[in-house]
Ligand binder design. Structure first.
Ligand code: ADP
Ligand code: MG
Ligand code: MG
Length: 398
């Protein structure tokens, strides 16, 4: 295919057939467009034997807004290359990309049809014992092996240049760090928490810390991030979980990926105050989430520390005191970005179903208020909270 054009279902079938040995005659294939994401087209292509693959294509604009919000289609290249790299580093927990075409901005990948989206499962109160350990392994491996501990200077810099991703980063810079802290027209503030949002817009101490986290995001190329680790980017089943949707990937602060995930687990925790009326069932689910949050950090830190101790080839970074300080700094960043995620999902443009699905608006307002309060505390106290147990105590106190 020559120049870029938006795929029809026929194009998606042809693309899947041409670039996979699984099929063989595209006229016999079935195809539907079923993406529920904000930005892209997602097709499922299947044959009559039940074999299926996914074709994802970037549009030259953001799907949820339309042509008035143009967006580079280079994001498909970034997404494919991040997923391919992350899959090399952590094959168990990264979706498999089979082919990608940078001109058509299209990716052919495995169909995770025997997995479900984590967010919907957690909203339904489902529990997965392996969630935290598997995601900690994914984060530790992908982040460690793309960091300065593993890459030599020139190679690292070349990688940083390959994944600059300025347009998608700008979306995060605006939506995560700017809009929620001022009366921006892109914000989406429910009437019940209007006055709480207004407090954010005048909270100079908080704004100073968010500015620091934003500059950190802009200028700390520690590792190749996934860049969008929310619970809608995680597919899960009773045995395993896998990450998809890495178009926001770039070299940034390690705590951003870990904190985004932690923030999403906390949003689910707070959402259940309004989602689950039965107190016993609610407490049981919330206890599960706190356990997973604790394990997530502990397992991530243990994995990452082991990799630093055993694998680091750079003599000056083998210093164990430095490595301890490094982990403490990643911990503080993680808490700060988790706090930002809580706040931006409550008053910013893109909300989460964990809060939106609370049917009574006054009850939803209570969970949203808790999210703002906890988010603020995590940001302000990120450097003084000594360990994950203290964070859990802070969450319980909400
Ligand atoms: P966007 O970048 O637009 O958010 P996503 O990559 O998140 O797109 O995909 C949107 C939706 O498409 C997902 O929520 C999921 O339902 C479906 N999807 C995406 N990739 C796969 C896959 N590999 N297997 C099965 N479903 C997928
Ligand atoms: Mg998505
Ligand atoms: Mg996406």
């Amino acid at each position: 295919m020559a120049d870029y054009r938006t795929f029809t279902t026929e194009d998606a079938k042809r693309f899947a057939d041409e670039h996979s040995t699984l099929f063989g005659d595209h006229s016999k294939l079935h195809c539907e467009e079923f993406g529920d994401g904000n930005l892209n087209l997602v097709f499922r292509v299947s044959n009559d034997k039940g074999t299926s693959l996914i074709v994802k294509q970037a549009l030259p604009y953001a799907r949820c807004v339309g042509e008035s919000w143009p967006l580079t289609i280079d994001r498909a290249r970034i997404e494919a290359e991040v997923l391919i790299k992350h899959r090399k580093l952590c094959p168990e927990h990264t979706v498999e990309v089979l082919y990608h075409d940078p001109v058509q901005a299209a990716i052919l990948m495995e169909d995770l049809d025997d997995y479900r989206i984590l967010r919907a499962e957690l909203i339904a109160g489902k529990q997965f014992p392996h969630l935290a350990t598997q995601l900690a392994a994914y984060l530790a491996h992908t982040l460690y092996y793309t960091s300065d501990f593993a890459l030599t200077g020139p190679n690292k810099k070349q990688q940083v240049g390959r994944f600059l991703n300025p347009e998608l980063c700008l979306i995060t810079e605006d939506l995560f760090f700017t809009d929620p802290y001022c009366n921006h027209e892109r914000n989406n503030v429910h009437a019940e928490i209007r006055s709480d949002a207004q407090q954010l817009w005048h909270d100079e101490a908080l704004q100073a810390d968010v500015a620091q986290l934003k500059v950190n995001f802009l200028s700390k190329p520690q590792a190749l991030l996934h860049g969008d680790v929310h619970s809608g980017s995680i597919f899960i089943n009773d045995e395993n979980c896998k990450l998809i949707d890495a178009e926001f990937g770039f070299y940034g602060p390690i705590g951003f990926d870990v904190g985004s995930l932690l923030g999403n687990l906390l949003l689910n925790y707070l959402g259940h105050f309004g989602l689950t009326a039965d107190a016993d069932i609610r407490q049981q689910h919330q206890a599960y989430l706190l356990e997973q949050i604790q394990t997530l950090w502990q397992a991530f830190a243990t994995n990452f520390q082991q990799l630093m101790s055993n694998e680091c080839r750079e003599p000056s970074l083998q210093n164990s005191l430095y490595q301890q300080r490094f982990m403490q700094q990643v911990f503080a960043d993680t808490l700060g970005y988790a706090g930002c995620e809580l706040i931006r999902r409550t008053v910013g443009l893109a909300h989460v179903a964990d809060l939106e699905q609370i049917s009574d608006s006054a009850t939803r307002g209570q969970s949203e208020r808790k999210a703002l309060k906890l988010g603020r505390e995590l940001i302000l106290q990120r450097a003084s909270l000594a360990n994950i147990e203290q964070v859990i105590a802070l969450v319980r106190y909400q």
